[in-house]
Design a binder for this molecule. Structure first.
Ligand code: PEP
Length: 250
């Protein structure tokens, strides 16, 4: 039985002091909640966030990582460095990385494999652009992103991957996929994972929805049978709205 995951992606927001302020407000509000909560902070806030959330239900994620373990790779962060500060998850292949920083399916695959090797849980982001949806290409696009992103990932490791389906046209735009539209793609992804790894493994993999998820639409989205939680940008930046999403996800 898959447990619902509510994951916040802060993107390039919040200084260390803003991170402390946010967590000091959020943690008392979710003290009695039993849910899987993840917050992906900027690299600079990871240490303080993992220290402050140590005895809570919140797990910490990085928003990206390097594709090597160590060496002469200026500006990169190794998964071993993330492990060392108790980071458990890492977002890989977010559409903003693909769009603005040139992350291709090849890079995404390298990082997914390295994350798994170092026992970080990758949150593999996939999703179509507006023109691809309009051209009826949604399923082909997500299929390629999954098949390429999980290339050479074993059945055993695949169980430890989280998928986030995020239609690019719904990210940060206020436009949300309807629950039916999202469920249709989530079901397609579940079936594809079953073809790749067998039904049992596919049934274990959490598939999150992302794209303008907020307190007003979270319940109907989570009601769909293949939507196992959310990856939330804007609505995760304010403690009260994020707490409402967590409450809906328990
Ligand atoms: C995201 O960045 O992953 C996201 C879904 O953003 P938003 O919730 O703001 O659309």
């Amino acid at each position: 039985m898959r447990k619902t995951i509510i994951a916040g992606n802060w993107k390039m927001n919040k200084t260390v002091s803003e991170t402390k302020e946010f967590l000091n407000e959020l943690l008392p509000m979710i003290k009695d909640v039993n849910a899987n909560v993840i917050i992906a902070t900027p690299f600079t806030s990871l240490t303080v966030a993992s220290e402050l959330t140590k005895n809570s239900i919140v797990k910490i994620a990085a928003q990206n990582m390097g594709n090597r373990l160590k060496g002469a790779y200026t500006g990169e962060i190794s998964p071993l460095m993330l492990k060392d500060i108790d980071v458990n998850y890492v977002i890989i292949g977010h559409s903003e990385r693909r769009e603005y920083y040139g992350d291709t399916d090849f890079h995404v695959n390298e990082k997914v494999k390295l994350a798994l090797e170092t026992k970080l849980i990758p949150i593999l982001c996939i999703g179509e652009k507006l023109e691809e949806r309009e051209a009826n290409e949604t399923k082909n696009v997500v299929k390629t992103q999954i098949v390429e992103g999980l290339k050479d990932v074993s059945k055993e490791d695949a169980k430890n991957v989280v998928i986030a389906y995020e239609p690019v046209w719904a990210i940060g735009t206020g436009k949300t996929a309807t629950p039916e539209m999202a469920q249709d793609v989530h079901k397609y992804i579940r079936d594809l994972l079953a073809d790749m790894y067998g039904q049992e493994v596919s049934d274990e993999i959490s598939i999150l929805y992302g794209g303008s998820m907020k307190p007003e639409n979270v319940v109907e989205l989570l009601n769909e049978s293949d939507i196992d939680g959310g990856l939330i940008g804007g609505a995760s930046l304010e403690a009260k709205s994020f707490a409402k999403l967590i409450e809906a996800g328990k």
